[in-house]
Design a protein around this ligand. Structure first.
Ligand code: ADP
Length: 808
């Protein structure tokens, strides 16, 4: 840049000099032509001297181009002497390629004298190489005619070389620019794109023409969110930051965004930023790799930081390179306290030399599940399982990763288990002793038990027996051990026994199964068998117990025969009872018919219907009538009883009121009471409901009670009372007398048949002892009850109850 500037300013100076020189020469010539004297000559010498040593080549030619003057500098430049040059046409010294152009310029200069052409041309050095020259030829006019061409010639070979070199270099840079591996954008200071290389075009999928003149920020190739950052880069470059590097996302031709590392460089001209170059390198892959690496590092460190078990990284020199937070949690030693330290480490216990040996081995070869007891900062001990994994790179140990698993709980548990196991063993031993002791006791019991106890395998082969088994069967223990259970069973019972054994084999227990066995002497024994499948000395066996029930069986048989005999007797008794009832029924009928005739005819005679009778006959007939009526009552009672006992008594419910029944009873018994000077009264509860029951039977019962009351009362009263039970279901009729009463011990018996309290031959009261028995039977059939309360010597209260409505 500086060289170029220098060269251009120099050319300007020479041009000025040339004008000046040319002007003076022409002036001189004109003055010379006018013969101006020695002053002119001196001036000419001066000029010539100046021209010769001007440092630039100066030459003049006539209008035909032949050298008329050459200065020394020119001679030196092109290697020819002044003599060799003067008179020679200058084109012969030109490069053949330049001759045509130069002649054309000369022609134009001649034609248009006011123009000042600037030309560059090559002259052949005498030594054969071409030199580059620059000239701005002028012409000298005399009286309007061209008389000479003047040229100040500058050797620009060096500049040309530089220019060539520059050009070549520029070419190279251009190639580099175009074909560089990175996309390059050149923008003006307003961020408008003025150039972009091929890679950039390919990159964004657009032509240079599409983007030239558009803002690099706004033309759609920058990721919208990154535009602000990109503008900031431009701003900083404009403000004087020569180079800025940052990552910007570019939209690629496939529509995807790629992360580009953008290097922005400001281009200065005369201290001002005239352009900005952005070199963009796709670093997406790198970024992805970096991201993956960062993630991987984050992942690893997160793993380490969050690992529940302590992890240590040990350098080959045994110093600690890294510990994770879990180590501090377990030991209480912080990261800063342990990282970089060398053994012995603070958690070591026991002989450090021994632990050091382990550590060395672990670093070299690795370890697996090595159990170590370490100590925490607070002095507590803990157990860890140590696993070491050496990590090699290029055959060299880089570090060793050691991980601990806290097994303190497990160790404690193991200790506890050991203690428990010991305790358990002691317990088992104790129990075994107890069991043996108990077995001894039981085997004694079994041996001397009253039942035969045996063990057989599942096929029925006898394996063990007690003493009683030999007694039962008549075989010795040894003989029994060679027999099967089935061998003792008589043929008639084999089938049922087989079924029983198969039941046991299926796991069912057999309880109290009665069977017969044949003894050694051929006699039989009835046994009660219990069998169960169980485990004995690790084997499945049948355990059995047999009881001799021969005696019991005999007793049972005897009892059975007694029962049979008794049943037979009962049957016969029932038959006899039936016959008795039948007989009584028949007899009653047979007795009642003639008895009714006797009563009927006696009453006719007594009524005088068959003629007058004497007082004596009358009295005797009255006895006949009374006795017959008594006999009839008795027979009626017997008939009723036999009906009841044979189940033939019929109940005939009808609707009636208690008043009508009690009134009738009073009416019938009034004479009798009157005769004995007894007061006979009756009280009935008001509003008693009508009764639906067997009126005749109810009246019969009440009549019997009133009859007894009058019979066994000598003074005082007989009182009847009719009431309804609290639940309104029963009618209660009580007969109260002030008679002889009944003794406590007799009360329970008075409802039995033929029971008379005074049964002596000298008894004072008539009766067969059937009335209360019959009443009780009747009231039972009616669904009621009869009770008595009595105090001897004071009187009795008989109360009968029956349902208001008979329900069968
Ligand atoms: P009997 O026909 O002998 O009266 P019952 O069966 O009617 O037969 O009575 C049985 C016995 O109960 C009577 O012999 C009597 O001793 C006693 N007895 C019954 N009723 C009364 C009573 N009201 N007072 C005292 N004793 C009575």
């Amino acid at each position: 840049m500086m060289a170029q500037q220098r060269s251009s300013s120099f050319l300007k100076a020479v041009e000025t000099l040339l004008h000046w020189t040319s002007k003076n020469i022409s002036d001189t010539e004109s003055e010379s032509d006018e013969g101006s004297g020695s002053h002119t000559k001196d001036q000419e010498v001066l000029y010539r001297h100046l021209v010769d040593h001007a440092g630039v080549g100066i030459a003049t030619t006539d209008i035909r181009g032949r050298f008329t003057f050459v200065n020394e500098a020119l001679c030196n430049m092109i290697g020819y002497s002044r003599e060799e040059l003067l008179g020679q046409p200058f084109p012969i010294f030109l490069h053949p390629d330049d001759r045509k152009d130069i002649l054309k310029i000369f022609w134009n200069a001649w034609k248009y004298p006011m123009r000042k052409p600037r030309i560059e041309f090559r002259i052949l050095h005498k030594e054969g190489h071409y030199l580059h020259f620059y000239s701005c030829p002028t012409l000298t006019l005399h009286k309007g005619e061209i008389i000479r061409f003047n040229a100040i010639i500058l050797d620009i070979s060096k500049r040309r070389e530089v220019e060539e070199a520059l050009k070549e270099s520029e070419e190279k840079y251009r190639i580099l620019y175009e074909y560089a591996g990175d996309a390059v954008f050149t923008c003006d200071c307003y961020s408008n794109i003025i150039d972009m290389n091929k890679i950039a075009c390919e990159h964004v999928g657009l032509q240079k023409e599409d983007l030239t003149g558009t803002s690099i920020v706004e033309c759609g190739i920058i990721y919208p969110a990154d535009k602000k950052k990109f503008r900031a880069i431009i701003q900083q470059l404009i403000e004087g930051n020569p180079t800025i590097k940052d990552n910007i996302r570019f939209k690629l031709k496939d529509g995807m965004y790629a992360i580009e590392e953008v290097t922005g460089t400001a281009v200065y001209k005369e201290g001002m930023v005239v352009a900005i170059t952005f070199i963009c390198r796709n670093v997406t892959h790198q970024e992805q790799l970096m991201m993956a690496l960062r993630e991987s590092i984050e992942f690893s460190s997160s793993l380490l930081n969050n690992a529940p078990n302590p992890i240590l990284v040990i350098n080959p020199d045994t110093s600690i390179r890294y510990v994770n937070p879990a180590l501090e949690s377990l030991t209480g030693y912080a990261f800063g306290r342990v990282v970089g330290t060398t053994p012995p480490f603070p958690w070591w216990t026991g002989d450090p030399q021994v632990t050091m040996k382990y550590l060395k081995e672990a670093l070299d070869e690795g370890t697996s599940r090595l159990e170590k007891l370490y100590r925490k900062k607070n002095g507590d001990n803990f157990w860890v399982e140590v696993t070491a994994v050496p990590v090699h790179s290029a055959g060299e140990l880089k570090y060793t990763i050691i991980s601990w698993v806290d097994i303190t709980d497990r160790k404690e548990m193991e200790d506890k288990i050991q203690t428990y196991t010991r305790d358990l063993e002691n317990l088992v031993e104790k129990r075994t002793q107890e069991v043996m002791e108990s077995e001894r006791k039981y085997s004694h019991l079994i041996e001397y038990a009253n039942d035969a106890i045996f063990i057989a395998d599942r096929h029925g082969n006898i394996k063990d027996v007690n003493k009683k088994s030999s007694e039962f069967t008549g075989y010795s223990r040894e003989e029994l051990l060679s027999k099967r259970l089935i061998d003792f069973i008589p043929t008639s019972e084999i089938e049922i026994n087989r079924k029983m054994f198969s039941q046991v084999e299926k796991g069912n227990s057999i309880e109290n199964f009665e069977t017969t066995i044949i003894r050694e002497d051929g006699t039989t024994m009835t046994i009660l068998l219990n069998m169960i499948m169980s485990e004995y000395s690790g084997e499945i066996v049948i355990q059995g117990i047999a009881r001799d029930i021969t005696q019991r069986k005999m007793l049972e048989k005897e009892r059975e025969s007694y029962i049979n005999a008794l049943e037979m007797l009962n049957y016969k008794l029932a038959e006899a009872d039936k016959l008795k009832t039948q007989f009584l029924a028949t007899m009653s009928h047979e007795l009642r018919t003639p008895l009714n005739s006797i009563i009927g005819f006696t009453d006719i005679i007594l009524a005088g219907m068959s003629g007058p009778i004497s007082q004596e006959v009358k009295e005797q007939l009255e006895i006949v009538s009374s006795s017959s009526k008594h006999l009839l009552n008795l027979i009626n009672d017997i008939l009723d009883l036999s009906r009841i006992e044979s189940g033939k008594l019929e109940i005939l419910p009808t609707a009636f009121t208690l008043e009508e029944v009690l009134e009738e009873v009073i009416r019938i018994h009034s004479p009798m009471a009157k005769e004995k000077s007894l007061t006979l009264t009756c009280t009935i509860q008001e509003n008693l409901p009508p009764i639906t029951n067997d009126k005749t039977r109810i009246k019969q019962i009440i009549m019997n009670l009133v009859n007894n009351a009058i019979k066994y009362t000598h003074e005082g009263s007989v009182t009847l009372r009719g009431d309804l039970s609290r639940n309104n279901h029963l009618v209660l009729v009580s007969v109260t007398d002030t008679g002889i009463g009944i003794g406590k011990e007799d009360v329970k018996d008075i409802f039995q048949a033929f029971k008379q309290l005074d049964s002596s031959s000298t008894r004072r009261y008539e009766g067969a002892g059937l009335g209360l028995y019959l009443s009780k039977k009747l009231v039972d059939i009616l669904g009621g009850d009869i009770r008595v309360e009595s105090v001897q010597g004071k009187g009795s209260v008989f109360t009968v109850s029956f349902p208001v409505t008979y329900s069968g």
